[in-house]
Write a protein that binds this ligand. Structure first.
Ligand SMILES: [Cu+2]
Length: 151
């Protein structure tokens, strides 16, 4: 499988065309990629309410769609984003930003090791199209809560 390094993901997220879109929010509407009926993204692990010790494995499940690296256009596919302690949902019609709380898996990864400080944390998965824009309708998991045990 062809993999795209993460930095390609970062570059796409800050492409100049999108900066223009922010200047005129009403004038530009980015095309959305449709998601098929019944598509669903979910956590294989950890389970909602789990207590884990850091670092811990997060496994991403996807039903009704395929995984494709960022930048690759392929019907009914996308790549995973993991939202960590994100309180306000990112806007639906724009590329997901890259922050320390919005992690892109633009290489098509379906698993990661996450290191978080002790305490309660929320996690959510959101699928993005080749340009990191959530599908229409969006394919996202429930928000789950995990507790990272003190070492
Ligand atoms: Cu992305």
């Amino acid at each position: 499988m062809r993999t795209i390094p993460l930095f390609a993901c970062l570059l796409l997220s800050v492409s100049p065309g999108l900066a223009g879109a922010q200047d005129e929010p009403d004038a530009v509407e980015l095309p959305r990629t449709p998601s098929p009926d019944g598509a669903m993204v979910y956590f294989i692990e950890p389970q909602d309410g789990a207590t884990v010790s850091s670092p811990f494995t997060v496994s991403f499940g996807l039903r009704g769609m395929g995984v494709a690296p960022a930048g690759i256009t392929f019907a009914d596919s996308g790549h995973h984003h993991l939202l960590v302690d994100v309180e306000e949902a990112p806007p639906e019609g724009l590329p997901l930003p890259t922050t320390d709380r919005i992690l892109h898996f633009g290489g098509g990864q379906t698993e990661t090791e996450l290191e978080l400080p002790p305490g309660e944390h929320t996690l959510q998965l959101v699928l993005g199209d080749p340009l990191h824009i959530p599908h229409d309708p969006p394919v996202r998991s429930d928000v789950i809560t995990v507790t990272v045990a003190a070492p």
